[in-house]
Write a protein that binds this ligand. Structure first.
Ligand code: F6P
Length: 359
C-alpha cells in the first residue's frame, strides 16, 4: 500500500488539525493510502517512537481544535540538529539521516506543514531528493507565494477583539492603551486589527515610526475632547533610525524573539504627553484556540490539495491560495520572499484615509 507522511513544524497555529484531518481523509477516501503522522516536526523523523499511523478514527473531532495533534517544534532544522551527546550539546547536519528515515519509512510523499523556516528546510531536503509536498501555515501571513495562510484569520479575530475590549476601558479611564501584537517582521496582524478595531495609531515594521507623530495624533484627539487613544504596535516595529526590541537575538537553532516595543512607546507617551498609559501584550493568545471557519476551510483545502499533488507526482511544490483557487507553486518560489505590507499599498492607504496614524 502507498504510504505518505505528514509533519507539522515551526510555531503552531489554528487550522493545523484541519490540514491533518483532510490529508488522512483524502488519502484514505480517494486513494486508499496509508498515512503516517510524524510527531514534533522534523524531530519525529529521528525517533521511531514518534511515528504513528493515522486513520480516519484518529482525526475524528479534531477540526475545531487549535494546535496540532502531531505536536511541533521550532528548533527542528535537520540541517542544524541539536542533540546532547556525552553531556555536550552538539549541532550537526542530519539531513542525510532524515533522507534515510524517509526512505526507510517508504514514504511516497512527505507533507510538510510549516512556515518560512520549516518550508526552507523542506526545500533543501527536496533538493537532496526527498519527496516533499509543502503546505504553508503561519499567523503572520508572511508567505509571499500564497494570498493567505491559515491561522492568520484566527489570530486576527483575537487581536481585533482585544482592540474592541480595550476601547471601553480606555474611554472610561481617559487612558492611552498600547497593545502589542505578533507578526514577526510583517505588520499584517497589526494593520488588519487596527483597521477592524478602529485604532487611532498603528505601527508596523514596514513603516518606521516617529514618536512625535504618535504623540501629535494623541494630543490632537485630546484637543477635540477625546482623552483616550488606542495604539496597535506590531512586535517587529522600530523607530526611524532605530531597531526593533528583541527578547533574544536568535542563533543557528533559535529564531530571534521580538517583544517590548509597546512598553517603550507607552513610556515615551507618558513622558511626552503626560497621559496615563497601559500596555497589553497579546502574545500566544493569538496562536491558541479554535480556528475560525475560514482557517478550517483553507486548512482543509490545502490538506486535500496536498494529497492530490502527491498523487500526481507534483513533488517539491507548496499549496497556495490564489484568489479563490488552490494551486501549487515550487518550493523555491515559496521560500524566496517574505510577504510584507507594502507601505504605499491599498491597505495602508485605507488606514490613512480612516484617520489612523501610521506613526
Ligand atoms: O511566526 C509565528 C509567531 O507567533 C510570531 O508571530 C512570533 O514572533 C513567534 O512566532 C513567537 O514564537 P515562539 O512561539 O517561539 O515564542
Amino acid at each position: 500500500m502507498t504510504k505518505i507522511g505528514i509533519l507539522t513544524g515551526g510555531g503552531d497555529c489554528p487550522g493545523l488539525n484541519a490540514v491533518i484531518r483532510a490529508v488522512v481523509k483524502t488519502a484514505e477516501n480517494e486513494y486508499g493510502w496509508e498515512v503516517l503522522g510524524i510527531e514534533d516536526g522534523y524531530d519525529g523523523l529521528f525517533d521511531a517512537s514518534k511515528v504513528r499511523r493515522l486513520t480516519a478514527l484518529d482525526v475524528r473531532g479534531i477540526l475545531p481544535r487549535g494546535g496540532t495533534i502531531l505536536g511541533t517544534a521550532n528548533r527542528g532544522n535537520p540541517f542544524a540538529r541539536k542533540i546532547e551527546r556525552d553531556g555536550q550539546t552538539v549541532i550537526y547536519d542530519a539531513s542525510q539521516e532524515a533522507l534515510g528515515r524517509i526512505e526507510e519509512l517508504d514514504l511516497a510523499a512527505l507533507i510538510v506543514v510549516g512556515g518560512d523556516g520549516t518550508l526552507r528546510s523542506a526545500y533543501e531536503l527536496y533538493q537532496l531528493g526527498a519527496p516533499i509536498v509543502g503546505v504553508p501555515k503561519t499567523i503572520d501571513n508572511d508567505i509571499a507565494a500564497t494570498d493567505v495562510t491559515f491561522g492568520f484569520d484566527t489570530a486576527l479575530v483575537a487581536a481585533s477583539e482585544a482592540v474592541d475590549k480595550l476601547h471601553t476601558t480606555a474611554e472610561s479611564h481617559h487612558r492611552v492603551m498600547v497593545v502589542e501584537v505578533m507578526g514577526r517582521t510583517a505588520g499584517w496582524i497589526a494593520l488588519h486589527a487596527g483597521i477592524s478595531g478602529g485604532a487611532d495609531v498603528v505601527v508596523i515594521p514596514e513603516i518606521s515610526f516617529d514618536i512625535r507623530k504618535i504623540c501629535a495624533k494623541i494630543e490632537h484627539r485630546c484637543a477635540h475632547g477625546l482623552k483616550f487613544s488606542i495604539i496597535v504596535v506590531a512586535e517587529g516595529a522600530s523607530p526611524i533610525g532605530g531597531e526593533p526590541v528583541y527578547i533574544s537575538r536568535g542563533d543557528v537553532i533559535h529564531q530571534a524573539r521580538l517583544g517590548g516595543m509597546a512598553a517603550q512607546i507607552a513610556e515615551q507617551i507618558t513622558q511626552s504627553c503626560g497621559l496615563e498609559t497601559r500596555v497589553t501584550v497579546l502574545g500566544h493568545v493569538q496562536r491558541g484556540g479554535s480556528p475560525t471557519p475560514f482557517d478550517r476551510i483553507i486548512g482543509s483545502r490545502f490538506g486535500e490539495a496536498a494529497v492530490h499533488a502527491a498523487a500526481s507526482g507534483a513533488l517539491g511544490r507548496m499549496m497556495a491560495l490564489h484568489g479563490t483557487k488552490i494551486e501549487h507553486v515550487t518550493l523555491a518560489e515559496a521560500v524566496g520572499e517574505i510577504k510584507l505590507v507594502p507601505p504605499d499599498g491599498q491597505l495602508v492607504r485605507t488606514a490613512r484615509s480612516l484617520g489612523i496614524s501610521l506613526g
